[in-house]
Design a protein around this ligand. Structure first.
Ligand SMILES: [Zn+2]
Length: 261
């Protein structure tokens, strides 16, 4: 399969990059990304992934657009207030690039419905706002054998990592946070506040991490340039105030109920 001429032109700045090339752009076009959460992280992630030519999206969010979202959730405008975030995000994608395919689930992910809603994508990008959903998504990804890009923000700290807990020796998100958060929500964006531009950094970082997974699955090593390395299990701690980036290698928990035993 090759990209048609109008797509070659649209993605010319990608294709000329040796780290992407025609093969990498084709892999992006053939990729299916499930986005969990179309909020502060999901919005910029979706913008850059759609711009990158990811061919198919599934958007999952049960929330509606509120005025307090507009300070950071960049795909929404005043005209979207009260609309389903997932549907408004899909509408944005169709306006931006009608060639991309979008499926909408206006639903909240639970342990029971996660696998069904996620399906069999290339990867899941989780930018949701609570631990219960994150753990349900992680467990489903392990069970489905699907890669997971996880991104979160707490005030001025961002955390981004790629997980492949279904692979031997690779940790999952649950290996990292444990089981303590299953029942309760701990993220308190509403109470703590959050700076829009910083959430945007984390969202675009997550988009970059998702692109790494697509490049890796396309078999791109590209002579050690690094874009084909998904960096499984390496947590990127982003300090938005310094600013500074600290990578931490996570290890698989042999007692993890998500990915072990
Ligand atoms: Zn695990």
């Amino acid at each position: 399969m090759i990209l048609p001429p109008e797509r070659l032109s649209r993605f010319a700045r990608h294709i000329i990059l040796p780290e992407v090339g025609g093969a990498g752009q084709l892999a992006l076009a053939q990729a299916h990304v499930v986005l969990v959460g179309c909020g502060g992280i999901g919005s910029p992630a979706l913008q850059y992934l759609a711009a990158a030519g990811i061919g198919r999206f599934t958007l999952i969010d049960d929330d509606v657009v509120e005025d307090s979202n507009l300070q950071r959730q960049t795909i929404f405008s005043t005209a979207d207030l009260g609309k389903s975030k997932a549907q408004a995000a899909a509408d944005w994608v169709k306006r931006f690039d009608p060639a991309l395919s979008v499926t909408v689930h206006q639903a909240r992910i639970t342990a029971e419905n996660a696998a069904t809603l996620i399906g069999q994508p290339t990867l899941v990008l989780d930018g949701c706002d609570n631990f219960a959903t994150r753990l349900a998504v992680s467990d489903a990804c392990v069970a489905l054998g699907t890669a997971l890009t996880s991104a979160a923000v707490g005030r001025f700290q961002g955390q981004i990592a790629n997980f492949a807990g279904h692979l031997p020796g690779q940790p999952c998100y649950r290996c990292y946070v444990g089981d303590a958060f299953d029942a309760q929500d701990c993220d308190t964006c509403a109470a703590d506040g959050v700076l829009g531009a910083f959430v945007g950094m984390v969202g675009t970082f997550a988009a970059m991490h998702a692109i790494r997974i697509v490049m890796a699955q396309a078999g791109a090593s590209f002579d050690g340039t690094g874009l084909g390395d998904p960096q499984w299990g390496k947590l990127m701690l982003l300090d938005g105030l310094a600013p500074a980036l600290r990578p931490i290698s996570l290890v698989k928990d042999p007692a993890c109920k998500g990915c072990s035993g």
